[in-house]
Design a protein around this ligand. Structure first.
Ligand code: SAM
Length: 240
């Protein structure tokens, strides 16, 4: 039966895909994946490339999502790419869409899934979860995301610093995602919110790749040289 599956391919290491994800990718007629430009590689595709059997001649389709914050452009892009997926499914194909980490955490999949459900309520659409980057990071660095009654906040980049401050006052763990180039902005805010200097301050960059960087410091030890400059970065700050 034709259908669409949104697949979380995990944080970068092909050994961290679920068995279900591997089976779905290998059984697909068409593998779709996101990229920011036509001539840029798809990170999600690169994670699974060793699992693709070239002799099967599966069609690979890169869907382009320009890096922009313009809401109109974003909406048009989601709609256009959802339509490309729908046309393939309606023509009888088994389509998978790959996404880094898990499809339900800050992923383009979320918007396209909503659009497709609305326009094609009878279409078979399912999701296979993936290992979320922050949990991979937690296991690499040996920091628990939450213990006992601790509260956790997940903050995307381009912070509204006043709301980050309020959230930080009421959280034991803060996880910052989406863009390491903004991490320097939150250090003072964390201190002002009562995070003591001995709080764990752990940064992961390009996890699961050959360029992986991991740093585990305390909030008091952080300086410009210990920060990261890459989009693919995670920051976990935890009171001890
Ligand atoms: C658009 S969000 C997608 C999150 C993804 N769906 C997940 O479950 O982890 C992209 C952000 O996730 C984080 N991320 C995902 N994979 C990563 C990796 N391999 N190394 C470092 N950060 C990663 C970074 O904060 C990056 O900017």
């Amino acid at each position: 039966m034709s259908g669409l599956i949104g697949i979380g391919v995990g944080p970068g290491d092909p050994d961290l895909l679920t068995v279900k994800a591997v089976k779905a990718i290998q059984n697909a007629d068409i593998i779709m994946c996101p990229a920011s430009k036509e001539d840029r590689p798809s990170i999600a595709l690169s994670v699974v490339s060793s699992l693709i059997d070239k002799t099967k001649n599966q069609e690979i389709v890169k869907l382009i999502f320009p890096m922009t914050k313009d809401r109109d452009v974003l909406e048009q892009t989601w709609e256009k790419n959802a339509k490309i997926m729908a046309e393939k499914v309606l023509s009888g194909k088994n389509v998978v869409y790959l996404t880094v980490g898990d499809p339900y955490l800050y992923s383009t999949w979320i918007y396209m899934h909503k659009d497709l459900e609305e326009k094609y309520p009878d279409m078979s659409i399912s999701v296979i979860p993936g290992i979320v980057s922050m949990f991979t990071f937690a296991s690499k660095v040996g920091v628990s995301i939450a213990e006992g009654a601790e509260k956790v906040a997940i903050i995307p980049s381009c912070y509204d610093l006043s709301s980050v401050k309020e959230i930080a006052k009421n959280s034991e763990t803060m996880v910052f995602l989406k863009d390491g180039r903004y991490f320097d902005q939150v250090i003072d805010v964390l201190k002002e919110s009562g995070f003591p200097d001995n709080s764990i301050f752990a940064i992961g960059q390009d996890l699961g790749t050959e360029n992986e960087v991991i740093r585990k410091l305390t909030l008091g030890e952080v300086n410009d040289d210990t920060l990261t400059t890459k989009y693919f970065s995670i920051l976990v700050v935890k009171r001890v």
